[in-house]
Design a protein around this ligand. Structure first.
Ligand code: NDP
Ligand code: 2IT
Length: 444
């Protein structure tokens, strides 16, 4: 049996109850086949893939907090420190009722390769909790965040592990967590990224994931003789990534006609009004029905459906496994040119294959959403230097990083005879640097 097959089988047996982690591991290991085959003996002897698919360590802890009625609530907190071969563990904190250890492991595993692709010195990690911030008062969110950090602070640090935002964790939550870290550890350091601008945050971090997604999409199109101008774009999600992807796409002359949240979606043929969307989602924290109520041109539909709208470019920016095989078929039938992932693993494996087999330009999240964590690493640099760079400086660095990622994944795919397969290119390019560092550092 080949080494890849052997490890895949072992990973499936060991993690049978973690479907999302298995999905992520399968995608990566399948892509790595040609690289592993070229060095099979060394990698097998060094147990490189066994080490890569087993987290360095994982923490699971109780998070008790008191709600506004005086009732004690209990959630579960997680932090998975997956791999620090090339830098301190780095990755967000997800607050959503669906969170479990398998979800956090899949996200932490993806983060290893994504962070490597940024070209910056950051390892892979992820954390979260099954806490649901929806409908909670600010005081309840603060009580949860303080309790979560009371335990998490034992395991993190500016040179150890640096968490950030993800689904359900934005500037408000990072602020409460930072305050509690400072209070317990008595230390002012850049232990979290995505901080507010008055206490160590970086300009352009809020925009970075969505902007970065559009920068890499533009580079992909440019390489194929096209650009964003006058393209029709469909976006899913209406959170941090979606909002700034819509904004940048519109700045580059595209028309974005959809967005969605966990209950429904908007079709707005005149183009999404970003100021209104920000007011509904960032300020009022309300449903998309409020967007439709305030805008004549918009239709609101219950459930899911953004992939049914005819478009040139599709940007899934909500969550994992939200673009399924039937959606891929519909996008292809409607003549889609490119699909670039803003979310982590939004496209299922069979849908990805269908898009690729039908000539759609497809970039996977670990490459196309890397602008967020890359800018987090720029925030870490600024904190270490005790300096703040201008918006333009950070944005220019972000843009260059996304252009570099595109060419690195394109080159890696070409080197292994898989031109145009940006999934393989991303996994290979991300892996090479980490594997090299792991081998150089001996058995650890
Ligand atoms: P937000 O919490 O800001 O937004 C998530 C959006 O997706 C919301 O509009 C949410 O709806 C919607 N959504 C729809 N279905 C679901 C579901 N089943 N579970 C969760 N959300 C759902 O998160 P982000 O925009 O930060 O993250 C979106 C995706 O991008 C995630 O996959 C995340 O891991 C990834 N990502 C985020 C980065 C960042 O910097 N923030 C960086 C790289 C990747 P509703 O409004 O109803 O909650
Ligand atoms: O998935 C991701 O890359 C993020 N949620 C951002 C992580 C970070 O450390 O900025």
């Amino acid at each position: 049996m080949s080494y890849v097959d052997e490890v895949l089988e072992r990973v499936k047996t060991k993690n049978a109850s973690e479907p999302e982690f298995l999905q992520a591991a399968e995608e990566v290991l399948e892509s790595l086949r040609p690289v592993i085959e070229a060095n099979e003996e060394t990698y097998r002897k060094e147990a490189l893939l066994e080490r890569l698919t087993e987290p360095d360590r994982q923490f699971k802890f109780r998070v008790p907090w008191v709600d506004d009625k005086g009732q004690v609530q209990v959630n579960t907190g997680y932090r998975v420190q997956f791999n620090n071969a090339i830098g301190p563990y780095k990755g967000g904190i997800r607050l959503h009722p669906s969170v479990n250890i398998g979800i956090i492991k899949f996200l932490g595993f993806e983060q290893i390769f994504k962070n490597s692709l940024t070209g910056l010195p950051i390892g892979g990690g992820k954390g979260g909790s099954d806490f649901n911030p929806k409908g909670k008062s600010d005081r309840e969110v603060m009580a949860f965040c303080q309790s979560f950090m009371t335990e998490l602070c034992k395991y993190i640090g500016a040179d150890v592990d640096v968490p950030a935002g993800d689904i359900g964790t934005g500037a408000r939550e990072i602020g409460y967590m930072f305050g509690q870290y400072k209070r317990i550890r008595g230390m002012y350091e850049g232990v979290l990224t995505g901080k507010g601008l008055t206490y160590g945050g970086s300009l352009a971090r809020t925009e970075a994931t969505g902007y970065g997604l559009v920068y890499i999409t533009e580079e992909l199109l440019k390489d194929h003789g096209m650009d964003m101008k006058d393209k029709t774009v469909v976006v899913s999600g209406a959170g941090n990534v979606a909002i700034y992807a819509i904004q940048k796409a519109q700045q580059l002359g595209a028309k974005v006609v959809t967005c969605s949240d966990s209950t429904g979606w908007i079709y707005d043929p005149e183009g999404i009004d970003v100021a209104l969307l920000k007011d509904v989602k960032e300020v009022k924290r309300a449903r998309l029905t409020e967007y439709a109520a305030a805008r004549k041109s918009a239709e609101y539909h219950e459930g899911r459906g953004v992939w049914s709208i005819k478009c040139d470019i599709a940007l899934p920016c909500a969550t994992q496994n939200e673009l399924l095989i039937d959606d891929a078929k519909q996008l292809v039938a409607n003549g889609v040119t490119a699909v670039c992932e803003g979310a982590n693993m939004p496209t299922t494996l069979d849908a990805t294959k269908y898009l690729q087999d039908n000539g759609v330009l497809f970039i996977c999240g670990k490459a196309s959403n890397a602008g967020g964590v890359a800018t987090s690493a720029l925030e870490m640099s600024q904190n270490s230097q005790r300096l703040s760079w201008t918006f333009e400086e950070v944005d220019a660095k972000l843009q260059q990083i996304m252009v570099n990622i595109y060419h690195n994944i394109d080159d890696a795919a070409k080197r292994y005879g898989m031109e145009g397969n940006y999934v393989a290119g991303a996994n290979i390019a991300g892996f090479e640097k980490v594997a090299n560092a792991m081998l150089a550092q001996g058995v650890c």
